[in-house]
Design a protein around this ligand. Structure first.
Ligand code: GAR
Length: 215
C-alpha cells in the first residue's frame, strides 16, 4: 500500500534526498505530501523544491513551542491524509501535545525518526560525535517510532557499522550516513508493505498500554 508521508527537516536534507530518490526510483511506494521545516533557510527545502515537492517553513524563533506546534498541526490538517510524519534531521523535540494528534489506534504515535547511534546510546543532537569521542568500536543507526522522550520509542530497525582505528570523525560520519541513506527508505518501504506492527518488538508494559488504548 502506498503511504502518504510528511517529511520534517531542519538542515542539510541528505536523508530527505535519499527518500526522494527511492520514491523516484520506484523503490519506495510513498507519496511525499509535503516537506516541513522549522528553518526557512534549510538546504533540505531547496532539495524538495528541486524535485517538485511542496514545502512549508515556519521558524520556531520568537514563538512558544506550543504555538509553533499548533500552527504546524493546523497546516497539516489542510493537507488531507498523512499516514506518517517522517523526521529526517528535524532538530525540534515534539511535545506530547503534538504527538497526540498522530496517535494510532494501536497506541503508538505515527511519527518515525532516524537517529545516528545505536539507541539508547547517545541520544541528542550530536550522536556521531558523542559515539566517536567515547571511543566506540561499533556504532550504528536506529529508526524508531517517536514517543514523548528525546530520541526514544519502539525500535523499528538498527544497523551497526564499525569504527576503524584510522577513522576521523568525518570518515566515521560518512560511513554512518551511507547506512542512514539506505536504511531509512528501506524501513519506510517495509512499513508501506507490512505496516508498523510487524516491525517493532513491543515491551510488556507497552503491550498493556496498547490494549488499554484499543478498548
Ligand atoms: C542525520 O544524521 C540524522 O540521523 C540526525 O541528523 C542528521 C540529519 O542529516 N538526526 C538526529 O540526530 C536526531 N536526533 P540530514 O539533514 O542530512 O538528513
Amino acid at each position: 500500500m502506498s503511504i502518504k508521508i510528511a517529511v520534517f527537516v531542519s538542515g542539510r536534507g541528505s536523508n530527505l534526498n535519499a527518500i526522494i530518490q527511492a520514491v523516484e526510483d520506484g523503490e519506495l511506494d510513498a507519496e511525499i505530501v509535503q516537506v516541513i521545516s522549522n528553518d526557512p533557510e534549510a538546504q533540505a527545502l531547496t532539495i524538495a523544491a528541486q524535485h517538485g515537492i511542496e514545502t512549508f517553513a515556519l521558524s520556531h524563533k520568537g514563538i512558544k513551542r506550543r504555538e509553533h506546534e499548533d500552527r504546524i498541526l493546523e497546516h497539516l490538517k489542510g493537507l488531507g491524509t498523512i499516514d506518517y510524519i517522517v523526521l529526517a534531521g528535524y532538530m525540534r523535540v515534539l511535545s506530547s501535545h503534538f504527538l497526540k494528534a498522530f496517535r494510532h489506534e494501536d497506541g503508538y504515535f505515527s511519527v518515525i525518526n532516524i537517529h545516528p547511534s545505536l539507541l539508547p546510546a547517545f541520544p541528542g543532537i550530536n550522536g556521531y560525535e558523542e559515539a566517536f569521542n567515547y571511543g566506540v568500536k561499533v556504532s550504528g543507526v536506529t529508526v524508531h517510532l517517536v514517543d514523548e522522550k528525546v530520541d526514544h520509542g519502539p525500535i523499528l530497525a538498527q544497523v551497526p557499522f564499525p569504527r576503524f582505528a584510522e577513522d576521523t570523525l568525518d570518515s566515521f560520519c560518512a560511513r554512518g550516513l551511507s547506512v542512514e541513506h539506505s536504511l531509512y527508505p528501506s524501513v519506510l518501504q517495509q512499513i508501506a508493505e507490512i505496516g508498523i506492527e510487524g516491525l517493532y518488538l513491543s515491551k510488556p508494559e507497552q503491550r498493556n498500554r496498547e490494549k488499554t488504548v484499543k478498548k
